[in-house]
Design a protein around this ligand. Sequence first.
Ligand code: UDP
Ligand code: MN
Length: 263
Amino acid sequence: VMADQAFVTLATNDNYAKGAMVLARSLRNHHTTRKLVVLTGPQVSDPCQSVLKKLFDEVRVVDVLDSKDTAHLAMMKRPDLGVTFTKLHCWTLTHYSKCVFMDADTLVVSNIDDLFEREELSAAPDPGWPDCFNTGVFVFQPSMATYEKLMQYSAEHGSFDGGDQGVLNGFFSSWATTDISKHLPFVYNLSSIALYTYLPAFKQYGGNAKVVHFLGQMKPWSLTFDPKAQKVRGGSQDAGASHSSFLLDWWTLYSREVLPLLQ
Ligand code: UDP
Ligand code: MN
């Protein structure tokens, strides 16, 4: 059973590939028993592709623009939804019975294999609009039928936020009201935003974090790390200070376990 379940991420360029590499190491370090899959685009450089091959069980290059299928047709109608369509490609991984999608800007800080006990579509609330789920972490069941329905839906309705989160919330629109078991606890997709919007809750529950999500403009790889001072630099003062322990975790993992492979 475990061999036909997988964690899946997406990296269409070298920056997001670095994030995917750190995510893979964090999953392995917390002893996942599931397979690791990365969807990449042709823009990812050869050195990065070869490191991805070392860290993931499966590296699948997806280029929806070149395929002559439903995705292609949908894409012709909605050229604005490029990266979004690439993420929806995860539903085509039908050699797995169940998967957990994770953004490349997430970091696992505790074992999360229990997510495979959940059903499609399970996800945590979005901190900005909690009646929507955040698509940084979600449980899904690969299926060509679902994939084609998703493509059809995106082509017809577009995305209210221009990204995959708008499409998926439109498609799985009963999430907010129907089945509480499909609501993942917030600690499975803990974003930095919680620090600004509800600091006391962060202080109370932040220690139970299972997945940290570096959501928004500022990504860990766009900052710099000073190994002597053990400090992450760059970005705004606030973001740096309040998020520093998770950022430091990301950079420590990156410099110890990923950078040596890239050199
Ligand atoms: N992504 C990618 N290339 C891009 C933009 C996004 O591969 O140019 C993938 C990557 O897995 C990323 C996810 O799509 O984590 C969602 O984008 P992002 O995390 O930047 O959005 P946010 O979580 O900040 O809303
Ligand atoms: Mn993200």
